[in-house]
Ligand binder design. Structure first.
Ligand code: FO1
Length: 320
C-alpha cells in the first residue's frame, strides 16, 4: 500500500471495473480511493431496489464477491429463488439468499426517505469497505437499450435476454433532470484528486451514463488531475460483457482505437492518457492523433497481482 497521499477517483461499472477498483484500493493509502458508480443498471424487481454495480463494487472491495458468477455474494444459496419458482414467480433475475439481505436493507432505508448516496455510504461502512463509493446520482436514472424490436430496460436486455438483441442505441431515462451526487461534486469542487481513472468498463452503458449526468464530465475535465482511461477492448474483444458486440452493432467496429474515438468525439478534452494493452500497441500512433497520450501495458487482469500491477501503472501516470 502506498504512503498516505492525495485521493484518487475511479469511475466504474460492475464486474470489469470493480477488478481495477480493487487493485487501486490496495495500492492507495487506506480510504484514499473514491469510486463513482454507474446507477443506470439500477431497477426495481420483486418490490426491491437493486443497484447491481454498487453491490458488485462493495462485494469486491470487501472480499465478499462471488468469483465464479462475477456478481452477487460468495458462498451463496438459492432457496428463495427455488421457492419463488414453485409459486410461479419471476426468477430470471437471480437474487441469492444472502444477497437478498442487501436489497431488503437498502429498499427499507430508501423507503424511510434516505438518499441513495447516504445509504451506499452506510452499507459500505457496515461491510467494512474503506473506499468511498458514490452513486453517480441520488436521482433515479434508468438505462434503456434500443433494439430494432423496440426499447428494453437494461436488465431485461442484459440478463433476461442474455445480451442477444441487436442494439441500435441507448438512452438514460431521468438523466436530464438528475443531479450529480452532492458529496462527489463537493470533493471535485476542491480539486483534491491526484488522478482520475476510468476503469475498463463498458463505454456505452457503464461510463457514458456517469458522464452524461449533467455537469459531471465537465467537472472531471476541469480537474487539475489527469484523466486516465483504461481500454475495455483488448485485441478486438471485450475484457468482460457485451462491449465488443455493441460496438460492432453500432457500426464502430470493436477496437481500442474505436473506444478512443468514441470518447474523443463525445467528451473532447476529457482523456489525458489512454491505457491500451500491449497486444494493441500498433494502434498507438492513430490513438495519439486523438488529443490523448497513449500508455501501453498488460491490461488483462486474471490475478490479484495483475489488478495491483495495472493499478500501479495508472497511479504512476497520475504522478508523472
Ligand atoms: N447477472 C446475471 O447475468 N444474471 C443474474 O441473474 C444476475 C442477478 C443479479 C442480482 C444482483 C446483482 O447485484 C447483480 C446481478 N447480476 C446478474 C449482475 C448484473 O445484472 C450485471 O452484471 C450488471 O448490471 C452489469 O454490470
Amino acid at each position: 500500500m502506498s504512503a498516505p497521499g492525495r485521493a484518487v477517483l475511479a469511475l466504474s461499472g460492475g464486474v470489469g471495473g470493480a477488478k481495477l477498483a480493487l487493485g487501486l484500493a490496495q495500492e492507495c493509502a487506506a480510504g484514499q480511493l473514491h469510486v463513482v458508480a454507474n446507477t443506470g443498471d439500477d431497477f426495481r424487481h420483486l418490490g426491491l431496489y437493486i443497484s447491481p454495480d454498487i453491490d458488485t463494487l462493495l462485494y469486491t472491495l470487501s472480499g465478499r464477491a462471488n468469483q465464479s458468477l462475477g456478481w452477487g455474494l460468495a458462498a451463496e444459496t438459492w432457496h428463495t429463488m427455488e421457492a419463488l419458482q414453485e409459486l410461479g414467480g419471476d426468477t430470471w433475475f437471480r437474487l441469492g439468499d444472502r444477497d437478498l439481505a442487501t436489497h431488503l436493507w437498502r429498499s427499507q432505508q430508501l423507503a424511510m426517505g434516505r438518499e441513495l448516496g447516504e445509504v451506499t455510504a452506510d452499507l459500505a461502512r457496515r461491510l467494512g469497505v474503506q473506499t468511498r463509493v458514490f452513486p453517480m446520482s441520488d436521482d433515479p436514472i434508468a438505462t434503456t437499450v434500443h433494439t430494432p424490436e423496440g426499447l428494453l430496460p437494461f436488465q431485461h436486455y442484459f440478463v433476461r435476454y442474455q445480451c442477444q438483441p441487436v442494439v441500435t442505441g441507448f438512452s438514460f431515462a431521468g438523466i436530464e433532470s438528475a443531479r450529480p451526487n452532492a458529496e462527489l461534486m463537493a470533493v471535485l469542487g476542491g480539486g483534491a484528486y491526484a488522478a482520475i481513472v476510468v476503469c475498463p468498463s463498458n463505454p456505452f452503458v457503464s461510463v457514458d451514463p456517469i458522464l452524461q449526468v449533467p455537469g459531471l464530465w465537465q467537472a472531471l475535465r476541469d480537474q487539475p488531475a489527469p484523466v486516465i482511461l483504461v481500454s475495455p477492448i483488448v485485441a478486438g474483444r471485450a475484457l468482460k460483457g457485451p462491449a465488443a458486440k455493441m460496438m460492432t452493432e453500432l457500426g464502430h467496429g470493436a477496437s481500442a482505437l474505436e473506444v478512443a474515438r468514441f470518447y474523443h468525439q463525445r467528451y473532447p478534452g476529457l482523456v489525458d492518457y489512454f491505457v491500451i494493452d500491449s497486444s494493441d500497441a500498433t494502434l498507438a500512433p492513430a490513438i495519439g492523433e486523438l488529443d490523448m497520450d497513449v500508455a501501453i501495458t498488460c491490461t488483462v487482469m486474471h490475478s490479484a497481482a495483475d489488478k495491483r500491477a495495472l493499478a500501479r501503472f495508472c497511479l504512476a501516470l497520475g504522478e508523472g
